[in-house]
Design a protein around this ligand. Sequence first.
Ligand code: GDP
Ligand code: ZN
Length: 360
Amino acid sequence: MDLHLVGWNAHWRDLFEPYASQYLTPGRVVAEHRDAYRIETEHGERAGALAGRLRHRATRRADLPAVGDFVAVRLTDDAAGPAIVFAVLPRRTAFVRRAAGDRPDDQVIAANVDTVFVMLGLDHDFNVRRVERYLAAVWESGARPVVLLNKSDLCDGVAARAEALQRVALGVGVHVISALTADGIDTLRPYLQEGLTAGVVGSSGVGKSTLLNRLLGRDVQATNGVREHDSRGRHTTTHRELFVLPGGGVVIDTPGMREFKLSSALSDVEGLESVFADIEALAGQCRFADCAHRLEPGCAVREAVARGQLDADRLSSYEKLLKELRYEASRDDPSAARERKRQGRIGSKEIKRMFREGKR
Ligand code: GDP
Ligand code: ZN
């Protein structure tokens, strides 16, 4: 397969350069089940296995390949033989499930995703606070969030809801679609092009499978919340989690992203700052640099609430998330925190600048 179809481009070619001279071939991880991988290469899709060197040098789970990773592999002479993974190219973005206990167990559930669709069903009563958390998690991964309001065919007054959401989703595209009737699907084209990778998060039943099937033009995921389970608990290693769209672009749909728990999402204040860029901007005008927006004189944030420019619920949502984050940070290992900060910064810097320049 031409690797460009799965997102290969000049950026990855440059990063791969040092491996090209070592008889290694580039590939992209298209599925991962425990330690079994499927890897797309220029010579076709292969089972992946980790080289001892990679396995032994890995100090954290996140050092091992994840779905979406570009890797350097050695192909065996046997055309059906495995691709041995020697290296994982540095990730542009990483969607991480944070382990409850040890940092080394943090798990990358999707790598190198450019756009994450945060999907909500218009039939459910959508929760703005939950959207804020999703957005923070996506910004933190380094990817760009885009909100999809699905099932437009089921309700009226869609435009008003989209508008309400746009007020909390600062600098984020909000698209009203129906995965079922394909209404509005064309508006997603800019995110789905050769060289780009998208992912989908959202509660069960919002329509993630329906959207994927629609984009692919064939049924690859069982809808209706019915998934294929192997009754003996085995894994079907042939099941892909990275799909090439016929019109260009790639979509990653992993169980990890589907089961993504918001409680394990946040670790860095950068993601929050992007979501709450309005509050951050106001805070910059408080008289005291360390203003907690409570009783301090000259607090621009509280003044905005008093004037009705800032929703008090939004402020308390921000404070609540900040508090959770500080708790998380207190048990954090500084180097891991720095790493995540670096990853999350791409989107958040940009969004803050947009906000300052008043273009949102
Ligand atoms: P998932 O759990 O997020 O993958 O959700 P599914 O794709 O399995 O969809 C759950 C249910 O919602 C299924 O019965 C779908 O047919 C239905 N559904 C998905 N998208 C739409 C839509 O745009 N309109 C309507 N009316 N139903 C939809
Ligand atoms: Zn203040």
